[in-house]
Each structure stands twice: as C-alpha cells, then as structure tokens.
Write a protein that binds this ligand. Structure first.
Ligand SMILES: Cc1ncc(COP(=O)(O)O)c(C=O)c1O
Length: 468
C-alpha cells in the first residue's frame, strides 16, 4: 500500500511539472489557454466538503462542485472507506458473464425511490450515455425516430443527445443529426401542438434547465406526462444534474407528484464524485420492447457498465444521502441562499432575476446601457459576450475565493451549484462576495473591462513565467 502511494505522488509530481508542455503538445490547448486567461489555473491540492484548497493552502468555497457532481461533499470519509474496502476485497470487476449483485441491489434501491413504475434500470458511465440508452429504447418502443426537446436544453454531447441540444453552436458542423424539433421550455401549448403531429418517439426535458437555470412551472411536468401519454410519445425526464437531492427532493420531478415519466436519467452526483456513473430508469413495458427476449438481452450494453467501484459508490451515496438528510438540507440551505441572493437583487439593479430551486441557483445579470450598446457592435460584441459574465466569475474567484460559473450558452447567468453539505456561514460568504462584486463591477463597462484587464494580466504573467 505504502509503495503505491509513492507511485501516485511520483506520477502526480511529474504530471504537474510537465503540464504546460503536455497540454500544448497533446492536450486541448484552446481549453488550456482559457483556463490561464481566466486565472483558474491553480494547483488544486485537495478538496474537503464544500471547499477546495490550492497549493498555498488558500481555501475556496466551491459553488461549481464539478458541475454538480459533489453533492455529498468532497472526500467524504465513509465513501473513501467503502471504496478502499471494495478495492482491497479483491471482488472481481467486469466478469461480464455473471449476475452482478451490487448492480442488482443498486437497481432495486433506485427503482424503489423513484415515482411510478420505473422498474428496470440500465447502468452506464456518463449522463450522455444514459441519454443515448433512453433515446434508443424510445425508438424501439414507439417505432418513431424524431425527438422533441426544449430551447436551451442540454442532454449531453454524443451524437444522439446532440440532436436534442438547444445550443446551435454545439450542433454546428456535426450533422446530420437525428431528426428533432425544439419548443420553448415550460410552454404547454407548444408542447401539445408538437405532440399532436404524432411524430416524436420521446420528449426530453430537464425539470430545471442546467443552462438557463429556469424551473418548470408547477403542473408543467404532470401535464407534459399526460400529453405525452395521449399522443404516444415517451416522456424522458433528464435528472442528470437535478437528481440526488439537489433541488430539495431526491428527484426534482417529485415536486410534481402527478408526473408519470416513462424514463428518468441520472448521473453526476450518484457516485458521490468519485467515479463516473450513468443510469436510465425505464418502465417495464418500454424496456421489454428492446430487451424482452433472451436473444436480445445484450442489444444495448457497454463493457464498463456496472463496475464494482461505481456500484459501491452509488449504494453509498444513497446511504449518505439518507443518513445526512441531504435533500432536506438542500431545501433549507437553498432557501437561505436564495433569500440572500434576492436581498442582493434588491440592492443591485444589475441583477435582473434570481432563478432556480434548492441548491441549483442562477443570478441573471442585466447588462448596463453601455454594455448593451457594445454587444451590438460586430466583433466587439462577440468579445463583450465572452467577457461580460467572466468578469464577475473572475472577481468572485480572485478576490473572494468563491468558484462559480457562467454557462456556454448563457454568459449573463452566474450559476451556483455547491455541494449539498455547504454550511450556512459559507453561504453567507458567497452572498457577501457577490454583493461586493456587484458593487465593484455592476454598471458601465466594468465587468467586461475587468475581465479583459485580468485576462491581460494572466497572459503576461504566464508569458513571464514561461521564459527560460
Ligand atoms: C441535464 C444534463 N443532461 C445530460 C448531461 C450530460 O452528462 P455528461 O456530461 O456526463 O455526459 C448533462 C451534463 O452536464 C446535463 O446537465
């Protein structure tokens, strides 16, 4: 054991030493540059609960949480112990031709806590893979191909999921994609009109959109499930980001007891932030259309599905979720954070709206008149779009030690998805940080100018430090 720890330390040391050259020559240099320009380029030494620590020991409140992956908090000791035990037990991984006991138990536990009759469970390794599975099962069960999705939707970036993506920039150049149509989010009239064509195999929807941070109105999902049923389209509720307590319930769709989905997709937080996992929960009849005969038992499968570590992590996450009452905590702490953000909005006209639910919150920023004018000028406008939200993100990080983000498609929305174990005093720290940031940057051209100045500073620092 001691030897392997030394191996890890040695490999990490070598990796950190060679990062510039390795990224430049073999990684994604565009992404590397972005990380450098925004000043996110730090050596992250460790994570604990809602915190990240850099190599100097500086502590940051992590309101990105690996894109909502770290619900139970980083380095949870019970999870680490269980994963250690699993590794040391020698339980063989991926025997393949076996009935996998951990997978079957996790399937039962997940099915028992999801509403309706989602009895069958398919495991994979990411959100987008779990969506691919859902798309295939929907095609097979309905005999239809087209997908219906919402504007601003995000369901992943593999080819099937991309056909249901609401961001044109992410789709461009990758076609032809599968047949699909987009409708406005949270609009039942548009939904009924589209479904009435009886063209769609499935309607994919997030209860709370990850990119826009908009929440479906009360009753929307329940009515969507009734309409889908009426017109023979399957309802796929994408809980990749909202699942496992984030919105104050185990699943966000539980805010709507009458919603009866045909499939629910989970991923991100389910494995506690330690290993990848994807899950597609499916109604028995829909499942049977694909896998119902022995000759078809493996028509959809993947080598690495249901690994020992992923299944152990999934089971442990459920236990930790229940023991620490994380959904309740997300509800209470989310209300606290939301109130704080709303008080901020009352003090700062640069906040247009506070959105979200539980601990998945977004602050939609209003552009100043000057920024609005700038954004309409070709080229300069594109630069302004890139830099506006980043100005706030960078100030939150550099001055206030808070990690938050804007999304690719909504650069004016500051998004907060902290671990569900974040304490009240850290929530207060985040609100104070935002208050100070808005006082400094809200209005005029401050946010964009600040981002550009910071980027220039990081750029020149990087050049100086790269000099031989
Ligand atoms: C709602 C939703 N669905 C699907 C995905 C795709 O998941 P992955 O990145 O694991 O492929 C994401 C990722 O952010 C997501 O937020």
């Amino acid at each position: 054991m001691a030897e392997s720890r030394q191996d890890f330390a040695r490999l990490l040391n070598e990796a950190r030493g060679g990062i510039d050259a390795n990224y430049r020559d073999h990684g994604n240099p565009s992404f590397g540059q972005m990380i450098k320009l925004t000043g996110f380029d730090r050596t992250w030494a460790r994570g604990e609960g809602a915190f990240l620590f850099d190599e100097t020991g500086r502590r940051y409140v992590d309101c990105i949480a690996g894109y909502a992956v770290h619900c139970i908090g980083r380095s949870h000791p019970d999870m680490i112990a269980a994963l250690h035990d699993a590794l040391e037990s020698g339980t063989p991984n991926w025997v393949q031709f076996e009935r996998n006991p951990l997978a079957a138990l996790l399937a039962r536990r997940l099915s028992e806590r999801t509403p309706g009759e989602l009895d069958r469970v398919f495991f994979s390794n990411s959100g987008t893979e779990a969506i691919e599975c859902a798309i295939k099962l929907a095609r097979r069960a309905t005999g239809r191909v087209a997908l219906l999705h919402c504007d601003s939707a995000f369901h992943g970036l593999t080819l099937g999921a991309l056909a249901a993506n609401g961001n044109q920039k992410l789709r461009e150049g990758f076609g032809p994609l599968g047949e699909s149509e987009s409708i406005p989010f949270d609009d039942l009239v548009a939904l009924e009109r589209a479904l009435a064509s009886r063209r769609f195999s499935a309607f994919l929807v997030e209860p709370l959109q990850g990119k826009s941070c908009r929440v479906a109105s009360d009753g929307y999902l329940a009515e969507a499930s009734r309409l889908c049923n009426k017109f023979g389209t399957l309802l796929i509720v994408d809980e990749v980001q909202t699942g496992i307590g984030r919105t104050g319930r185990f699943l966000a769709l539980e805010h709507e007891p009458r919603c009866r989905p045909d499939m629910v997709v989970l991923s991100k937080a389910l494995a506690g932030g330690f290993v990848p996992i994807g899950v597609t929960l499916v109604r028995r009849d829909t499942w049977a259309a694909t896998f119902g005969r022995m000759s078809h038992a493996l028509v959809h499968a993947s080598t690495f599905q249901s690994g020992v570590l992923a299944m152990t992590a999934g089971l442990m996450t459920l236990e930790i979720h229940d023991r620490e009452r994380l959904s309740e905590q997300a509800m209470r702490r989310g209300a606290l954070m939301r109130n704080g953000l709303q008080e901020c909005a009352a003090r700062h006209s640069s906040i247009a709206e506070v959105r979200g639910r539980g601990l998945m919150l977004g602050v939609a920023l209003r552009k100043s008149e000057a920024e609005q004018v700038l954004s309409e000028i070709p080229w300069l406008g594109a630069l302004e779009k890139l830099t506006f939200g980043q100005g706030f993100v960078m100030e939150m990080l550099h001055t206030h030690s808070v990690l938050c983000q804007v999304t690719e498609s909504h650069s004016n929305i500051l998004k907060f998805t902290p671990p569900l174990v974040i304490e009240d005093r850290e929530i207060a720290q985040v609100i104070e940080a935002l208050d100070a940031t808005l006082t400094k940057l809200g209005g005029g051209l401050s946010a964009s100018a600040h981002a550009m100045l910071q980027a220039a500073r990081h750029w020149s620092n990087a050049r100086l430090s790269n000099r031989p």
